[in-house]
Design a protein around this ligand. Structure first.
Ligand code: ATP
Ligand code: MG
Length: 411
């Protein structure tokens, strides 16, 4: 038998319920925060990710699913969605609409990673992007949005970690300071980090290797090199988060070492270390991708990591049938099919028995699928035009004209 590809998973049954719950909250929260859905292609020209994700990242260095299409073009399954959304912003001229442009997305991303808990080769991301506003109010808004989602899902033990890596100017000063710090540790860094030391030393701080992590415990904080404006920006963000009641930790270990990241970076981290949300300000991205200079803020959240944290013992019954309509004979079967169809067209979840089972087996089935009401139709019900409806919880029975069933069972 052919098996699912390594690092992928099927979502169904109970787990699907949690996903739907999370997605429902996401749609409701993004709606009130004013973020509109965008869907971009699952594959893009490889070059977009080289420029839009950065060639010193893990993603570009080792994780991309890149292939040549039949026309000989190099394509890549999106490893993240910001690059595609930024491309759409530029290509569709979204900057001509009143700014800021606020969008959200939910969809699969692909990374060739070693599969383990919370790490898949196809995973889903929910994310938001806000283009066209430079104020720290935007960071505060998206952080509050993420925090609201986590709270609505009653998830506990997730902390908001924020940091500032400054602007281009601050970065020049910081890189110098960091290189000086790393210089004598070069021998002990992994091969990738040796390259990062030259090209983009900030990425070393983000390396996953425990060895590299051990070398950088005493590394200087990015906040030690902030210019006055960046310092004010970071202070205002903290003030806003406090006003909004979002608890946060200033954490020098959080960095996103891409050239176009500026000022704020943040992660939502679960006790034990798993990152659920990663985001920040990337004022340089749109220009880097060929658009006009446009400030931007966004985050990406792993849906698998999010749903695994929902602690739900009492799944919502949004998919349990309202009524099971069984049949006792041939005439009843036709009537049951018709009544089921009528109720469905009124928006009521109705189920009948397409398997031709005995009445006893049908009732057992109705019980197993947790139908709230049941009825059995036969020749006599068809003749009289009335049926007996049983409330499966109270065991109460009531006889009703067939035409009145919908009003009686409507929740
Ligand atoms: P990590 O440090 O865990 O590798 P990352 O920095 O590569 O994360 P981002 O690119 O910021 O992650 O992606 C945003 C979010 O998407 C992550 O915080 C995480 O929740 C989720 N995510 C990233 N890669 C995977 C994956 N392979 N499987 C499942 N979820 C993932
Ligand atoms: Mg990663």
């Amino acid at each position: 038998m052919t098996q699912a590809p390594k690092g992928t998973h099927d979502i169904y049954g109970e787990e699907m319920r949690l996903w739907r719950k999370a997605e429902t909250e996401i749609r409701s929260i993004t709606d009130v925060f004013g973020y509109h859905e965008i869907r971009t292609p699952m594959f893009e020209a490889t070059e977009l990710f080289l420029r839009g994700v950065g060639d010193t990242t893990d993603i570009v260095q080792k994780e991309m699913y890149t292939f040549q299409d039949k026309g000989g073009r190099s394509m890549t399954l999106r490893p993240e969605q910001t690059a595609g959304v930024a491309r759409a912003f530029i290509e569709r001229g979204l900057h001509n609409a009143p700014q800021p442009t606020k969008v959200f997305y939910i969809g699969p991303c692909f990374r060739y990673e070693k599969p383990q808990s919370g790490r898949y080769r196809q995973h889903y991301q929910f994310g938001v992007e806000c283009f066209g506003a430079g104020s720290p109010a935007v960071e505060a808004e998206v952080i509050s949005l993420g925090h609201t989602l986590i709270s609505r899902l009653s998830i506990t033990g997730v902390q908001v970690h924020i940091n500032s890596i400054g602007c281009v100017e601050c970065r020049i000063a910081y890189n110098e300071k960091l290189r000086a710090f790393l210089a004598e540790k070069l021998e002990s860094l992994c091969g990738l980090c040796a390259g990062r030391y030259e090209k983009n030393p900030l990425r070393v701080l983000d390396c996953k290797s425990p060895n590299c992590q051990a070398q950088i415990t005493e590394a200087p904080a990015t906040t030690s090199c902030l210019c006055k404006e960046c310092e004010n920006h970071f202070a205002t963000l903290q003030d806003l988060l406090t006003q909004m009641g979002v608890p946060y930790i200033v954490d020098a270990k959080v960095v996103r070492g891409l050239d176009y990241y500026t000022r704020t970076v943040f992660e939502f981290i679960k006790d034990g270390g798993q990152t659920v949300i990663g985001g920040g300000r990337y004022d340089g991205l749109i220009k880097q991708l060929g658009g006009t200079d446009t400030p931007a803020v966004g985050f990406g959240m792993g849906m698998e990591r999010l749903t695994s944290l929902i602690n739900e013992t009492n799944p919502t019954d949004e998919t349990t049938p309202v009524i099971f309509i069984g049949h006792a004979d041939e005439k009843g079967f036709t009537a049951a099919c018709k009544l089921t169809d009528d109720l469905r067209k009124m928006g009521i979840r109705a189920v009948n028995d397409p398997a031709n089972r005995s009445v006893k087996a049908q009732m057992k089935y109705a019980d197993k699928i947790n139908a709230r009401f049941t009825t059995i139709l036969g020749e006599s019900e068809v003749t009289s035009g009335a049926c007996k409806i049983r409330n499966m919880q109270t065991r109460e029975e009531i006889t009703l004209p067939l035409a009145n069933v919908s009003t009686y069972i409507q929740p």
